[in-house]
Design a protein around this ligand. Structure first.
Ligand SMILES: Nc1ncnc2c1ncn2[C@@H]1O[C@H](COP(=O)(O)OP(=O)(O)OP(=O)(O)O)[C@@H](O)[C@H]1O
Ligand SMILES: [Mg+2]
Length: 261
């Protein structure tokens, strides 16, 4: 497959960002000063020990948490709060239980003010992309974990965010379902060309999906290594190239030691 032509929008700049929470011990640093440039249309992963600040950084890019220091911009515009240009998918399936799969996707499209028929067509198209067309009229309670997460992907992508934040989105799924989620995600990412920032604990998942993997230290986290993954797409865990094997060893060693020194 030809390399994806990256669009000019969806670039994320993290400049001197530190994140702290007020707690019993005073001001607790969750993320040490971090600089990160995420190119428009690229797929990057953040991997690091539990509690190192991955979700905090993601939440700051999403505008849900304000950094104690530094700035985050999307295409040069400072992030000052949640913004529909930045979509989020978390581990728990945040679907409305009282809407069908279709209703959940339609709800996310409301902000576009489309005529009723077009709203339905766009929502059905998004469900088709994740292979859920035949389940469109089921409620979340009638869907498996993988299907619910596919609805979440459809819902987020239908609203065409420039940047998609995914926080361990497939962590709760079984191995087989994860593999099919990876295939679906790669397909829709190549089509929509959103920038994706993906948090995972799984080195193989990070290397399979990403253009770049940023490895973080133990808390308070900082980025200790950035790896470029040049293996051609589509990739598969069955055919792993030598570079990926070397990256895998590097990431596992960094995670084991918790830092770079
Ligand atoms: N809302 C909050 N209030 C106070 N402290 C928080 C809050 N959210 C996170 N923290 C603290 O910030 C630090 C980083 O947490 P964060 O959730 O960002 O880590 P993480 O890398 O995503 O971990 P995990 O891999 O376990 O999901 C932790 O010490 C955590 O306790
Ligand atoms: Mg987290």
């Amino acid at each position: 497959m030809e390399p994806t032509a990256h669009p000019a929008s969806g670039r994320v700049d993290v400049k001197g960002v530190a994140i702290a929470y007020d707690g019993r011990g005073g001001h607790n640093l969750a993320l040490a000063r971090t600089d990160l440039v995420i190119e428009a249309g690229s797929f990057v992963s953040l991997i690091g020990p539990s509690g190192c600040g991955k979700s905090s950084l993601l939440n700051a890019v999403g505008g849900f948490v304000s950094p104690a220091e530094g700035t985050i911009t999307v295409d040069g515009k400072p992030v000052v709060g949640p913004n529909p240009e930045v979509g989020v998918i978390f581990q728990q399936y945040a679907l409305f239980p009282w809407f069908t799969a279709l209703g959940n996707v339609e709800f996310a499209l409301k902000r576009f003010g489309l005529p009723r028929g077009e709203l339905r067509d766009r929502a059905m198209e998004a469900l088709r992309e994740v292979g859920l067309e035949v389940h469109a009229l089921k409620y979340p309670g009638q869907l498996s974990g993988g299907m619910k997460q596919r609805v979440a992907v459809a819902r987020t992508l239908a609203s065409q965010p420039k940047v998609l934040l995914m926080d361990e989105p497939f962590g709760a799924l079984d191995a087989q379902t994860r593999i099919s989620m990876h295939e679906i995600l790669m397909r829709v990412w190549e089509k929509h060309k959103s920038t994706v920032i993906f948090v995972t604990h799984d080195v193989d998942e990070a290397l399979l999906l990403s253009d770049r993997v940023h490895v973080m230290s133990v808390a308070p986290g900082r980025i200790v290594r950035t790896l470029e993954v040049s293996a051609p797409r589509p990739r598969s865990v069955e055919k792993i190239d030598p570079e990926t094997i070397a990256h895998r060893v590097t990431v596992l060693q960094l995670l084991k030691h918790g830092h770079d020194e």
